[in-house]
Design a protein around this ligand. Structure first.
Ligand code: FUC
Length: 802
């Protein structure tokens, strides 16, 4: 039975304070930072997400029945276990020989022998269900998620009273909070239950509703057909114990079995703990939510709420954006439909942009796990693709907005993951390939699975065996340095970059024509037609491998110079980099995807990895390599003409490509496609699945990054404002974006022309600013393409354009 909790006594005063706080907040923020609806969520993908990086919830907002689908980011199946395949190195020379002899099909078959077991799956925590009393005839219903306060709320009128419910996830207090209140006393009553799709037991203990459970010892990915996909305890490992506790703090009323009756207001604090102790430890740590709950209930609701808002806004309010008019008066689901008919709602694109920033803050905070395929929100034991970290585009895309959109700290969980992988991946490099350094492949789980997955032969080599995620991960580490110029971070990051480069040095082999190549090599998830006209996957020296290695070696050389270390190693990297094959332009004028000008078996493939040097890389620019930059455009046009970009993430990638190709109209067109083809009613990104779709978060983040990339670029050693401004955004303003070199940038524009830029540099130093085409700096030289400015640390400098 839940007892009355004295620390939160009363208080209509508190309720009024909280509500009027909300109103005051509403007044000072734009209306267009809200997702809102006239009805509760009927399915999980209609619900609204809240999160603090570690804990997450999808809030349904039902009137009679509220459901919060709960998550905790370390709750996974399995435990550390062996995944390396020592036989891989036995077949490696043979695979290489077959490829060199152009026996691609045999190489495909043999590559499968290099695979190991599947990765584990991210697990749902459970559901908190609240069944409310006596609410017949509810009217004036409204459900919303306010991105600015990170509070999901519901209001409705019933029996002449106004009911309010708020839910948020506090990073400060490490709890999810739900509060039910009413403008009349004594009206709040409900029964609460906790359940979980994994084996669990619920009980009422003192003031708390408690659920204890254990995750399965093994869960196969959803796409893998197997007789026994969910195993609770097996020989190799066991699952993770976890606990979820809900403390109910009543104001007035009385406790009844499993609930509350006649209260003025009730606050529920939800905490969760798992036995996770680190990726290389058995997950049998203590699970006890009480300390967290005991601490939070010492604060008033208004305090917990205010602390949450302050913390969230410290990140969220760093960037504001105005792309022009919008239709905030329409509920978001109707607004999205209206957008499909007529995309003249730049406000919705601005909302989508800010939603991406909101989602990153909610799913990735220092100390948490990185955002996975679904961020942090998952309600299935066998979620799509294990809801893992898929490392051949998806997890990287999640972090594309981190630096440019001024959420650099939210990038940190990815660096922790990379550091872990550099340890597990060192063992894989040695065991599987007899190589030094570290390697990681396509799928990563909580245990930092670093080896090829595929259940020893069930995976297609083009995804399962692809060994290049290490270099791609290292690009994030380096970009973080470029944006922050944090030397301490670079000291921590350099060994990781060096380890990935060491693996690549060992992985490179002579191609027989004086160059170095990679083999086996895969252009992620795309097959080619072998000379016999049949589809094949395994070849040598795919463009993406070359691009990733070229970039990693260059970044390592630069990093070692900055740190003043490893001159000899730097020399070796320089020498080997020179010997990498040159990029090639194929017979269609396209950037060639494979080392030979094969035809792709799927011209509209969603993956476009060979264009990596256009984006997220930055080797191909109009000024650095105009020909390859143009050839990338041909590749993109060919992919899109053949039906590519049909998943949300692929479409988001296309927008970023267009942004780097400085084609505002095409970028805008693709951005509209992302919204009208690949976005669900709660603005979650979607991925097609048969006749239906599933949620996958990467497109949200890729789309957000793309909007930033359209407005500001800085990859060529200069601040380039409005490089890809579409006609649909003639006038607008963005504040707080970040450029490489540690600069915060505000941009205002009118009638398609920049009017003003405001720059604040972290350090006192010189910066270069590209003058928008056809414009000049007020009182500046008319022909200057780039102007240099000395900025004083922390002091804003404003520059006008005419
Ligand atoms: C890759 C993609 C799929 C999906 C999955 C999670 O395998 O090809 O489209 O995004 O990752």
């Amino acid at each position: 039975m839940w007892a009355y909790h004295g620390a939160m006594k009363s208080t209509r005063r508190q309720f009024i304070a909280a509500v009027s706080g909300a109103l005051a907040l509403g007044a000072e923020t734009s209306n267009d930072l809200k997702l809102w609806y006239r009805q509760p969520a009927s399915v999980w993908t209609d619900a609204l997400p809240v999160g603090n990086g570690r804990l997450g919830a999808m809030v349904f907002g039902g009137v009679e029945m509220e459901r919060l689908a709960l998550n905790e980011d370390t709750l996974w199946s399995g435990s550390p276990r062996p995944w390396n395949n020592r036989d891989a190195k036995k077949v490696l020379p043979e695979v290489r020989r077959l490829v060199m002899e152009e026996k691609y099909h045999e190489a495909d078959a043999l590559s499968k022998k290099m695979q190991g077991p599947y990765n584990q799956s991210y697990q749902p925590l459970g559901n908190l269900i609240l069944k409310f009393d006596g609410l017949e005839g509810a009217a004036d219903y409204r459900r919303e998620l306010d991105l600015d306060s990170a509070i999901a709320s519901v209001t409705y009128r019933a029996g002449g009273a106004v009911f309010t419910r708020e839910a948020f996830c506090s990073a400060k207090d490490q709890v999810i909070v739900v509060r039910a209140a009413c403008d009349q006393p004594g009206k709040i009553g409900f029964r609460a239950t906790l359940d979980s799709p994994v084996r669990s037991r619920s009980s009422v203990t003192g003031d708390d509703l408690r659920m204890t459970a254990k995750s399965p010892g093994h869960v196969d990915p959803n796409y893998f057909r197997t007789a026994n996909p969910i195993v609770y305890d097996d020989e190799e490992g066991h699952g993770m114990r976890f606990e979820c506790r809900v403390r109910v703090v009543r104001e007035g009323g009385k406790p009844v079995d499993g609930g509350v009756e006649g209260a003025d207001a009730v606050t529920l604090f939800i905490a969760a703990a798992t036995g996770y102790r680190g990726y290389d430890q058995m997950p049998d740590g203590p699970v006890d939510c009480r300390p967290v709950l005991d601490a939070v209930v010492k604060k008033t609701y208004a305090q917990v709420r205010a602390d949450h808002i302050t913390d969230h806004q410290g990140l969220f309010r760093r960037v504001t954006i105005d792309l022009g008019r919008g239709r905030p008066e329409l509920p978001t689901d109707e607004r999205l439909k209206a957008f499909q008919a007529n995309p003249d709602d730049p406000g919705l694109l601005a909302l989508y942009f800010q939603y991406g920033r909101y989602l990153l803050i909610a799913s990735s905070r220092p100390g948490s796990q990185p955002a996975n395929l679904q961020g942090i929100w998952n309600d299935q034991v066998r979620p799509p693709w294990s809801s893992n970290w898929t490392a051949n585009i998806n997890v990287q895309m999640n972090y594309w907005p981190a630096e440019t959109c001024n959420l650099s700290e939210c990038h940190e969980p990815l660096f922790d993951l990379i550091e872990g992988l550099s340890a597990t991946g060192a063992e894989t490099a040695k065991a599987n390939y007899g190589a030094s350094g570290w390697v990681s492949h396509h799928n990563v789980d909580l245990w930092r699975q670093s080896a090829p997955v595929g259940n020893y032969g069930a995976g297609s080599p083009t995804w399962a065996n692809w060994p290049m995620s290490g270099p791609w991960f290292c690009a994030h580490v380096w970009e973080h340095y470029l944006f922050t110029e944090d030397r301490k971070f670079l000291e921590r990051a350099y060994p990781v970059m060096k380890g990935a480069a060491e693996f690549c040095l060992d992985w490179l082999i002579e191609d027989g024509h004086g160059k170095l190549t990679t083999c086996p090599s895969f252009s992620t998830e795309n097959d080619f037609f072998a000379p016999d006209g049949k589809r094949a996957e395994t070849s040598a020296g795919c463009t993406m491998d070359v691009a990733l290695i070229r970039e990693l070696f260059a970044n390592c050389m630069e990093a070692s110079k900055i740190l003043g270390v490893d001159a000899v190693f730097r020399g070796e990297l320089a020498q080997k980099r020179e010997r990498l094959p040159a990029y090639q332009i194929g017979r269609h004028g396209q950037l060639q995807e494979w080392s030979k000008d094969f035809d792709e078996s799927t011209p509209g493939q969603r993956h476009m990895s060979h264009m990596y040097p256009l984006f997220p890389g930055s080797e191909f620019t109009p000024r650095r390599s105009a020909e390859l930059w143009r050839a990338s455009r041909v590749s993109l046009e060919r992919r899109l003409a053949a039906g590519g970009a049909y998943t949300g993430w692929s479409r988001a990638w296309a927008i970023n490509f267009w942004a780097r190709l400085c084609d505002g109209e095409k970028a805008h067109e693709s951005l509209c496609r992302l919204l009208d083809h690949s976005t669900g009613p709660n603005l979650f990104d979607t991925h097609p699945a048969g006749n239906s779709w599933i949620f996958q978060i990467d497109g949200n983040f890729g789309g957000t990054a793309a909007v930033a990339e359209m407005l500001l670029q800085s990859h060529e050693g200069e601040i380039n404002i409005l490089p890809t401004l579409p006609k649909a955004w003639p006038s607008g303003e963005v504040k707080g974006l970040r450029a490489r070199g540690g600069v915060t940038v505000d941009i205002a524009w009118k009638n398609g022309r920049a009017t003003e830029v405001g720059l604040v540099s972290d350090k006192t130093r010189e910066h270069r600013l590209r003058v928008p085409k056809g414009q000049k700096v007020a009182n500046g030289r008319a022909d200057a393409e780039v102007v240099k400015f000395q900025l004083i640390a922390g002091k804003r400098r404003s520059i006008q354009f005419v």
